[in-house]
Ligand binder design. Structure first.
Ligand code: COA
Length: 390
C-alpha cells in the first residue's frame, strides 16, 4: 500500500526544513511538551517535511490521534470488510476509545517531534545530546535521563556491527555523565529492534569466515558486558516488536516497560544459532525452566502480556498512551537521588556479576561455532533469497 495513500496526503514526504527542527527546542518547557493549538498546527506542518516514510503503523497512529484531537472519540460508521484502507483507519481511530482531545493532541505532537528528531543529523541535536556523535543512534540527555534511541527505523532497528559499538559507547557516556540518573534504551519507528542485522554475516573478511565469527564474538561479548556492568538503573522502553538479541538482553535491565503492541521473539533454533545476552541463565531464573525452553529452544513468540506474566516485562501499557505514561513515570524516577539508586542496584546485582560474565563468555564461544555451521549459513542464505524474490 502506498504510504501517501493511507493518509490521503499526496505531498507528505517533502524535503526536511532544518530551521523547523532547530526550532523544536523552543516548544518545550523544562523538557516537558506543551501541546498548545499552535504546537499542534506546527506538528501538522512539520509532518509534511519528513523525508522518510515512517511506516504504515506510525501513519495509522498519526491519523487516529489527529481525528481524536479534532473530532473526539470515533463516531463514524464502520467501513465494510473489503474497504481495507478505510477499515484500518477506522480501527486505529476507534482503538483510542475515550482518550481526551487534549491528550490526543499532546500524543500527536510528541509523536511528530520524535519522527522529526529521528531524521535530524547529529549536529542539529548537539545541544540535547551527550556530545558523542552517533550514526545509528540518537542520544538525548534531559530531565536527568539519558535516552538512547535505536535509529534505523527503515531496517526495523536491526543492529549492525557499528551499532553494537555505538550502543556500548553511549552506555559508557551515560555511566560517566553526572547529569544522568537513569538510562533508557528504546527505538524509533514501529519496531523496538529486529535483532542482529543479518548483513553482519555477509561481510566476510579476506582471512575467511572463521575470522568473521571470532571478530563478531568479541564484539558481542563486549556489548553484553556493557549491560552486565552498567552501574545506574537501566530501563528498556519497548515501543514495538523485539527480536533476537534485543529480547535476550532484557534480563540484564532493571525495568522493562512495553506497549501492548510489542511481541518478543528469539528464533535462534530456526536460524541455526543459540541464545546470547546471558538469556541462557537469566530466562530460566525469570520465567522458570520449561517456559525458558519454549522461548529459547522452540522459538515461541510472546505477546507483551505473556512476557509480563512470565516476569520478562515489568508492565504493559496501551499503545495509545504508552509514550506519555512511560515518560511521565520515568521523569519522576529521574528526580530520585542518584547515589542511592546506584548503591541499591549494586546490592541487588553485584552478587551475580561474575556468573553473568562467565555465562556471556560461554554463550559467545558457542555462537562462534554456530555462526560457522551449515544450519546457520543456510538460514541466512534463505533470508536473503526470500528478500530477493520480493
Ligand atoms: N537483518 C537485516 N535486515 C533486516 C533485519 C535484520 N535482522 N530486520 C529487518 N531487516 C530489513 C529488511 O530486510 C527490510 O529491508 P529492505 O527494505 O531493504 O527490504 C527492512 O528491514 C524492513 O523489513 P521488512 O522485512 O520489510 O519488514 P516486515 O515488517 O515485513 O518484517 C521482520 C519485519 C523483523 C519480521 C523481518 O524483517 C525479519 O524477519 N527480519 C529478520 C529478523 C531476524 O531473524 N533477526 C535475527 C534474530 S537472531
Amino acid at each position: 500500500m502506498a504510504a501517501s495513500r493511507l493518509l490521503g496526503h499526496s505531498s507528505l514526504w517533502l524535503p526536511i526544513r532544518w530551521s523547523r527542527v532547530a526550532a523544536l527546542g523552543l516548544h518545550t518547557a523544562g523538557g516537558r511538551m506543551q501541546a498548545s493549538q499552535q504546537d499542534f498546527e506546527k506538528a501538522q506542518n512539520d509532518l509534511k517535511t519528513l523525508k522518510k516514510d515512517p511506516g504504515n503503523d506510525v501513519k495509522l497512529k498519526l491519523y487516529a490521534l489527529f481525528k481524536q484531537a479534532t473530532q473526539g472519540s470515533c463516531n463514524a460508521p464502520k467501513p465494510g470488510m473489503l474497504d481495507f484502507v478505510n477499515k484500518a483507519k477506522w480501527d486505529a481511530w476507534n482503538s483510542l476509545g475515550s482518550l481526551s482531545k487534549d491528550e490526543a493532541k499532546k500524543s500527536y505532537v510528541e509523536l511528530v517531534n520524535g519522527l522529526i528528531l529521528s531524521e535530524a543529523p547529529a549536529k542539529d541535536t548537539a545541544s540535547l545530546s551527550t556530545g558523542q556523535k552517533y550514526d545509528t543512534l540518537q542520544v538525548i540527555t534531559e530531565d536527568n535521563i539519558t535516552k538512547i534511541f535505536l535509529n534505523r527505523p527503515e531496517k526495523k532497528n536491526a543492529i549492525t556491527l557499528q551499532m553494537y559499538k555505538e550502543i556500548g559507547l553511549a552506555l559508557d557516556e551515560a555511566a560517566k555523565d553526572d547529569n544522568t540518573v537513569i538510562t533508557v534504551l528504546t527505538g524509533h519507528g514501529d519496531y523496538f529492534c529486529s535483532g542482529n542485522d543479518l548483513n553482519n554475516f555477509t561481510n566476510i573478511p579476506p582471512e575467511g569466515k572463521e575470522k568473521m565469527a571470532s571478530d563478531s564474538a568479541v564484539i558481542l561479548e563486549a556489548f553484553v558486558s556493557k549491560f552486565i556492568d552498567f552501574p545506574k538503573p537501566l530501563i528498556a522502553v519497548i515501543n514495538g516488536p523485539a527480536v533476537g538479541i534485543s529480547v535476550t538482553i532484557l534480563g540484564l535491565f532493571d525495568i522493562v516497560y512495553a506497549t501492548d503492541r510489542a511481541t518478543f521473539h528469539t528464533p535462534f533454533s530456526q536460524l541455526g544459532q543459540s541464545p546470547e545476552g546471558c538469556s541462557s541463565y537469566t530466562f530460566p531464573r525469570v520465567m522458570g525452566l520449561s517456559k525458558a525452553v519454549e522461548v529459547l529452544l522452540f522459538n515461541k513468540l510472546l505477546t507483551a502480556h505473556e512476557a509480563c506474566k512470565l516476569g520478562l516485562v515489568t508492565e504493559v501499557f496501551p499503545d495509545a498512551t504508552f509514550q506519555k505514561e512511560v515518560w511521565g513515570r520515568l521523569r519522576s524516577y529521574g528526580e530520585l537521588p542518584k547515589n542511592s539508586l546506584v548503591f541499591s542496584k549494586q546490592l541487588i546485582r553485584d552478587t551475580e556479576k561474575e556468573k553473568l560474565h562467565a555465562v556471556n563468555v560461554q554463550e559467545c564461544e558457542r555462537l562462534k561455532e554456530r555462526w560457522l555451521s551449515d544450519d546457520c549459513m543456510n538460514a541466512i542464505i534463505s533470508f536473503f533469497q526470500k528478500k530477493a524474490k520480493l
